[in-house]
Write a protein that binds this ligand. Structure first.
Ligand SMILES: Cc1cc2nc3c(=O)[nH]c(=O)nc-3n(C[C@H](O)[C@H](O)[C@H](O)COP(=O)(O)OP(=O)(O)OC[C@H]3O[C@@H](n4cnc5c(N)ncnc54)[C@H](O)[C@@H]3O)c2cc1C
Length: 510
């Protein structure tokens, strides 16, 4: 099997990159996706994400247990299907702050460089205000003043109902927006259940891709690695690009000794406050059973009702830390509001009605890493998320919990106001809040940074997204972000994929 290009991973960025390559008519393209199709109701139905997590369409990665989290390991959910994590996510749409991109400090990636690509992505995904928010979500959206119909913005303190990439009550993933038109060109072949083990090189140029079942594909012009922040560095390491010492210890021959492959792993740390109250949000309560009973028919026949909820309907950005001595007053926390009673131990529906709001650190300081456990591609890597390793992140979440409670008090829930049941009113002192944070901190499922791009020689990937010291191998996914963006990472990942496709086309046409 020989193609001009091989794209590894059909996720948010991989689909966008594929579409650019297909549009430019650069030859034949194979897209290799380890997971399954996305053509199942639980992916199309926005509320279905409650069931896709933990299913065969989730990689079900776990982080390394750490002392900072009291020895806990947490779920690192990643989509394993066409559309990747855009087929399992909550569809909340944010570009990030403008200065996020300026602060990447990489030539060609400042805000004015990336803005046009966001616009192009949005012309296909068409994010719009969630059409049918629960009254408690509307109320939360008014907690920091009336933002009209605009979403909250990370540029300043604000709240609002989120803009989401769902249409006519159904998910619109990267596969729907980019892969379908790419396939329609007739130049793209998509292989599902094609799990990639490694890339092989000839005289330093990427030439072959080897699947875990032994199949081999050849690439005449290049290979694009879009397997995400967990998948891409592990494939690169199995291909011999990583810390030479570590690779040799696992019996992998070294192609390039690149010490920083897998380093710089970070995510948005988050904790949630859970509220219960009859007549507040959605939940499993006897008076809500008739609504749940008709909801599948409502969705199937009218694409309406509670199953159209993306679960995370509204949110806010606010400053939790005192304003910095340098005058820094940027929002440092994001909150997601869920108009459902969810379990205290994660996003599982539990008995009773209620709502929940979390607080995430927008720009965490802690940095972890990802390493291989063995050369066996079926074995999960060691994922050290390093949550709360930097003391400043613990302090931000302590301030953040206090500020979130204040924001919740200001939301005009009126008769629908519920009571905080977890951690509850008794948790007030800094010491007690810190303990709660350590007991419950998880992430917003936004891992980035493991193949950081940069102009410095240590960066595994160049500013043109080429893997250093080899030919015809590019990375297009969230792993290339030097620093996480201030809000959710799906739109930035698609922007990266789209720009990667354009850069590769440009590069080969020179
Ligand atoms: C539960 C959840 C909720 C989220 N909610 C939001 C949200 O509301 N808004 C938002 O902006 N962001 C959200 N995110 C984050 C966002 O979806 C991701 O940042 C984004 O999708 C990352 O894109 P990517 O292209 O880097 O990786 P992915 O989209 O994860 O794509 C990687 C693809 O590569 C495939 N792959 C991996 N390894 C291999 C291999 N060895 N061989 C072949 N294929 C492979 C994977 O199966 C996957 O399809 C959420 C994520 C999750 C998991």
């Amino acid at each position: 099997m020989e193609f001009d290009f091989i794209v590894i991973g059909a996720g948010s960025a991989g689909c966008a990159a594929t579409n650019e390559l297909a549009k430019a008519n650069v030859g034949t393209i194979a897209v290799l996706e380890a997971g399954y199709t996305n053509r199942v109701p639980q992916v199309k139905i926005p509320f279905g994400l409650a069931w896709t997590r933990g299913s065969k369409r989730d990689w079900k990665f776990k982080s390394q247990p750490t002392t900072e989290l009291g020895g806990r390991s947490i779920d690192v959910t990643r989509g394993k299907m066409l559309g990747g994590s855009s087929s399992i996510n909550s569809m909340v749409w944010f570009r990030g702050r403008r200065d996020d991109f300026d602060n990447w400090d990489v030539d060609g990636w400042a805000w004015h460089d990336v803005e046009g690509a966001f616009e192009e992505v949005e012309s296909l995904l068409k994010p719009t205000r969630f059409v049918d928010p629960h009254p408690v979500s509307e109320a939360y959206g008014l907690a920091l003043g009336d933002n009209g119909h605009a979403p909250p913005t990370p540029e300043r303190e604000s709240a609002g109902v989120f803009h989401v990439n769902l249409h006519s009550g159904a998910r619109r993933s990267a596969a729907d927006a980019f892969l379908t038109p790419a396939k329609n060109t007739g130049r793209v072949e998509v292989l599902t259940q094609a799990n990639v083990d490694r890339v092989e090189f000839e005289e330093g140029t990427a030439r072959r891709v080897i699947l875990t079942d032994g199949r081999q594909l050849s690439a005449r012009r290049g290979v694009v690695l879009s397997a995400g922040s967990i998948g891409s560095p592990t494939i690169l390491m199995r291909s011999g690009i990583g810390s030479g010492e570590q690779l040799l210890a696992l019996g992998i021959s070294v192609q390039v000794d690149a010490q920083q492959v897998g380093e710089n792993l970070h995510d948005h740390p988050a904790v949630g406050l859970h509220h219960a109250g009859a007549n507040s949000g959605y939940g499993l309560a006897i008076n809500q059973f008739p609504h749940w009973a008709v909801s599948p028919f409502n969705w199937l026949l009218r694409r309406k009702g509670r199953l159209t909820s993306n679960i995370v309907e509204a949110g806010a950005f606010f400053r939790a830390n005192p304003i910095g001595t340098d005058g820094d007053d940027r929002p440092d926390c994001q909150s997601h509001f869920i108009p459902f009673m969810v379990g205290h131990k994660g996003y599982f529906i539990t008995w009773g009605a209620g709502y929940s709001a979390d607080v995430n650190i927008c720009r965490p300081h802690s940095r972890g890493s990802l390493t291989l456990r063995s050369a066996d591609p079926h074995e999960q890597p060691n994922i050290d998320l390093a949550l709360l390793r930097d003391r400043r992140d613990v302090d931000t979440l302590i301030y953040g919990v206090k500020r979130l409670r204040d924001v919740l008090k200001k939301a005009p829930f009126e008769t629908r106001r519920a009571v905080e049941v977890y951690p509850g009113d008794e948790v007030q002192s800094d010491e007690d809040i810190e303990q709660f944070v350590r007991d419950r901190c998880a992430t917003a499922y936004h891992p980035v940074g493991t193949l950081r791009m940069g102009q410095d020689k240590g960066a595994p990937v160049s500013a043109r997204l080429a893997v250093r010291e080899v030919g015809n191998l590019w990375v297009a996914d969230a792993s290339i972000m030097p620093k996480i963006t201030t809000a959710n990472t799906n739109a930035p990942s698609m922007m990266i994929g789209l720009r990667a496709g354009k850069m590769i086309v440009n590069n080969i046409q020179k």
